[in-house]
Design a protein around this ligand. Structure first.
Ligand SMILES: Cc1cc2nc3c(=O)[nH]c(=O)nc-3n(C[C@H](O)[C@H](O)[C@H](O)COP(=O)(O)OP(=O)(O)OC[C@H]3O[C@@H](n4cnc5c(N)ncnc54)[C@H](O)[C@@H]3O)c2cc1C
Length: 482
């Protein structure tokens, strides 16, 4: 179509509207022919607003069709149809992936949101999640059944989108990363076959999808572990705010704090209502015991926070009040790197440049967050069963400026890369490591796959030799298998 438009434009014909007959590929009418293969509640549309993205920054373009699947079999039929008609496809669940995807010539978005079941089993030790189930939906079902399931801090993100890249959240302190909690999945392969993947069925693929999932297939459903609820689901959470002149002491405290499996802390720089920089620590204690929580975070309380919003909350509502950051659209480029320890001089420079950046650009929402977990459980579980490679990261640093005006991209890119470089230079690791779900998109493959890359590459040759799932840090196939 583009070719003909260009050709016609040579003869002065422009603004060509696309007649319905262009909805074809060879002799195939894509919408009608594909729809005929799908279940009654599935649909096919050329309206891309049915597959909204969280960030429009470098977001994939050029897709022509969105398939809104209603059953697992719809994914099978769509993949087979795409293969038969030489069309590319891309699976989308929550649409929150922020890395710079390479969709290339991507004809079909398979929107998995219709696969949104969340069901706790009778024994209350497993939860079945659909390929498009959101974390909030999983959490609600878990809370209703008095179990804990691993989930991140936002209800809007898809549960499996998070788990297939590794998965960080407050529950990893006790239960390991989200990928460790995957028991088995139903997966549609590159050839369009629906298979079960578990310890007993294709265990090599189970290892691969626990950290590099989007490269190996489309997970239509997953059985994940559910854990007995603790303390009747009572949790302690809130924000401690510190004056920015405490930064050196704060960094020292974070570096030396003894995290127990109850404790996490996600902290960030922010500007208060007077435009004064502050440090805001989101602290969390898994048992709702206020005294124990305050004792655990004593080292921070000793720094005399100027505000304290901590309170006891219920598990079902732990992510409430965070939906503002869930909104789709706008520009939200992200940079991230793993840190062994926090380097005060680097953070002081970042704070000063953060204040100047906000003043210069007017971009008031800039998430500059450091995530601190208790890592014993994930280290104890180890990498044998999962391709997720970086269980030795102590702190996850990420920066995400949020804005609308694309003309600000160059200044934002300069700032984001600069902050990331400061973190990299002081990361404490010889080889940089970045959690893949937080990555910008320009990192070398070793930086996101670590030591798992070689085995992942062999498995890619086995499961996706033609690279149909190559939109997200594509894993190369070994040369002798091409
Ligand atoms: C507001 C926000 C909060 C976040 N919080 C956390 C957090 O607490 N913890 C954390 O670890 N990460 C978090 N992240 C990062 C998150 O893990 C990634 O953005 C993740 O990729 C989002 O998945 P998605 O399905 O919503 O996005 P999508 O863009 O739909 O998918 C991302 C990638 O996963 C693939 N994919 C999704 N579902 C499937 C499936 N069923 N089968 C195969 N491939 C699939 C897609 O093809 C794509 O390559 C957060 C992101 C945002 C924007």
């Amino acid at each position: 179509m583009v070719f003909y438009q260009k050709l016609l434009s040579l003869f002065g014909v422009t603004n060509l509207s696309i007649p319905p007959s262009w909805n074809t590929h060879g002799s195939t009418n894509i919408t009608q022919d594909l729809l005929a293969k799908l279940s009654p509640n599935a649909s096919v549309t050329t309206d891309l607003s049915f597959a909204p993205r969280w960030s429009d920054y470098h977001s994939p373009r050029g897709s022509k069709y969105v398939v809104l699947v209603a059953e697992e079999q719809d994914v099978v039929e769509t993949v087979k149809f795409a293969n038969e008609n030489d069309l590319n496809f891309f699976a989308q669940a929550g649409g929150h992936g922020w890395t710079s995807f390479d969709w290339g010539k991507n004809d079909i978005i398979i929107n998995l949101r219709g696969l949104n079941q969340a069901v706790v089993n009778e024994a209350k030790d497993e939860i079945l999640l659909g390929g498009g189930t959101l974390q909030g939906e999983a959490l609600a079902e878990a809370a209703a059944n008095d179990v804990f399931v691993v989930a991140g801090g936002f209800n809007c993100v898809s549960a499996l989108g998070v788990a297939l890249g590794g998965g960080l959240g407050r529950w990893i302190n006790r239960y390991g990363i989200h990928a460790d909690n995957i028991i088995k999945v139903n997966l549609v392969t590159a050839e369009g076959e629906l298979i079960e993947v578990s310890e007993n069925s294709h265990p090599d693929l189970l290892w691969a999808i626990r950290g590099a999932g989007p490269n190996f297939g489309i997970v239509t459903s997953a059985t994940m572990q559910a854990h007995p609820i603790l303390n009747k689901g009572q949790l302690w959470e809130g924000e401690l705010t510190f004056a920015a002149d405490k930064l050196e002491k704060y960094i020292e405290a974070i570096n030396t704090m003894n995290y127990t499996e109850d404790m996490t802390n996600h902290w960030r720089f922010a500007l208060n209502e007077h435009g004064t920089p502050v440090i805001v620590a989101n602290v969390f204690f898994m048992s709702g015991d206020v005294e124990a929580a305050r004792a655990g975070f004593k080292i921070l309380y000793d720094l005399e926070p100027i505000a304290d919003t901590t309170e006891v909350k219920q598990y079902a509502h732990i992510n409430d009040g965070r939906d503002a950051l869930c909104a789709h659209g706008g520009r939200k480029p992200a940079w991230s790197v793993g840190l062994k320890s926090l380097d005060y001089p680097s953070f002081k420079t970042i704070l000063d440049e953060f204040v100047k950046f906000v003043a210069d650009t007017g971009i008031m929402t800039t998430i500059m967050q450091i995530e601190c977990y208790h890592n014993d459980a994930m280290r104890r579980i180890g990498s044998e069963g999962a391709s997720y490679p970086f269980r030795d990261i102590n702190f996850y640093a990420l920066i995400i400026p949020v804005y609308d005006d694309a003309s600000l991209d160059p200044v934002v890119e300069t700032f984001g890369s600069r902050v990331n470089d400061l973190w990299k230079r002081s990361s404490g690791y010889e080889k940089q490591r970045t959690y893949i779900n937080f990555a910008h998109g320009d990192e070398p493959l070793e930086q996101v796959y670590g030591d798992s890359l070689c085995r992942l590459s062999q498995l890619k040759g086995k499961w996706d030799p033609l690279g149909r799932f190559n939109q997200w840090f594509p894993i190369p196939v070994p040369v002798n298998e091409l």
